[in-house]
Ligand binder design. Sequence first.
Ligand code: NAD
Length: 447
Amino acid sequence: MADATATQHPPIAQAHLPAKVFEELEIVKDPANLFHQTIEQVLIAAQLVGLAHHQQIILAQPHNEIMVHFPVLMDDGHHDLFKGYRVQHNNALGPYKGGIRYHPDVHLDHIKALAVLMTMKCSLVRIPFGGGKGGVKCNPRDLSRDELMRVTRRFCSAISNQIGPDYDIPAPDVGTNAQIMAWFADTYAQMTPEHERHDTLRIVTGKPVVMGGSLGRDKATGQGMVNVFKEMLPELGIDIDKMSFSLIGFGNVGGWTGRLLVELGASLRAVLDHTGAIHNDQGINPNALADHVSQTGGVGGFNEAEAISEQEFYGVPVDVFIPAALEQMITSRRAKLINARVLAEAANAPTTPEGDAVLTQRGIEILPAILCNAGGVTVSYFEWVQNRSAMYWTAEEVDHRLNIHMVLAARRVKLARVKYECDMRTASYCAALERIGKVYDLRGVFP
Ligand code: NAD
């Protein structure tokens, strides 16, 4: 990679260059494919930072794509066959790291895209991990607790020889939680020789606190969002203590982001999830909403707000619009409806390239996912460090260290934006790639 200080801004025409890498790797670009979209965006940034060609080729494909099929005994006595994935994208900076998702729409290219984003995210926040992601194609809402446990144990056993506490470390994601991590860790321990068992907890992060989890992991992604907001929003003319916001998703990330922002004085005006959309111009109480969601499974039917249509939800005027649910929800049609000054991506890849173009053209600033939601993996790293040292930190210490990582990452993005004269998303990839490129330059490629 060229010396960063000496890098010239390449002409815009170079933006078409990712096509060459696609051609070389025989990838036939499908504009609707999330993996192709993600790689293209990363390669555009790679051109800007002057990343060596062989490094671009390496990053354009995952190291390993593992696909497994495993039978599980269901409560009624029959067996179902499940499909699971683990994608290990890159480990130049450290062990592969990334969540495990349980969702009916899980498929290989989706997991590949999310694994790429993990590589970028870990590099951006300067934690010593690479990127990975996994998932099981299932609907956890349709499974009993016992079935969920058996799916988790069989999935863990199916990939157990391909992961490890210093090699590939899963975590929770959509549809998985601390209980699932507990079953996963226990299964891995049972499959590990007895003399190594004491150290097997590190196989996953996001565990319950009583079995090696970190204080502050639950709220970490939401807390990281708030830390980024404090660094970025004042420069965009928004005061957190006076701002209004809306949320797609009120699960782990949306729920915590909502509660933490309201604690600081912000007003939550509207929420959409898989059960419906709600709105209250006087502000929604996020604690009451969290109780409602834990009792009923979703925001629909919450009686301290009015039910609105999806179309109305997108049009609610707010300062900051926060998608915190699934990928690719902000299409161009929805981007045209959004009535906000800033869109802050709490979910991974929530905005389609077409949606991105509409928002940009409308002057809505996008704070990119690899910056905004990096708090989760950062505290996962803290959990792994605490497990390794067997010394546990206070909640205050976790918060303090998280804030340092998030603020510095936000500043890196702002600097890259000026240096490379690009949008915030490209800048976040540039800041991540600068580090990966330097490490590859130093390590070289074996042999
Ligand atoms: P979760 O399972 O706790 O919550 C998901 C939310 O999305 C729920 O509120 C659900 O109702 C909503 N949702 C599902 N389908 C929907 C639909 N069709 N329309 C509207 N809402 C819908 O998941 P989470 O952990 O909060 O993750 C949310 C996003 O944040 C994902 O993109 C995930 O990859 C990302 N993320 C999570 C973490 C973490 O620490 N949990 C860290 C980084 C990024």
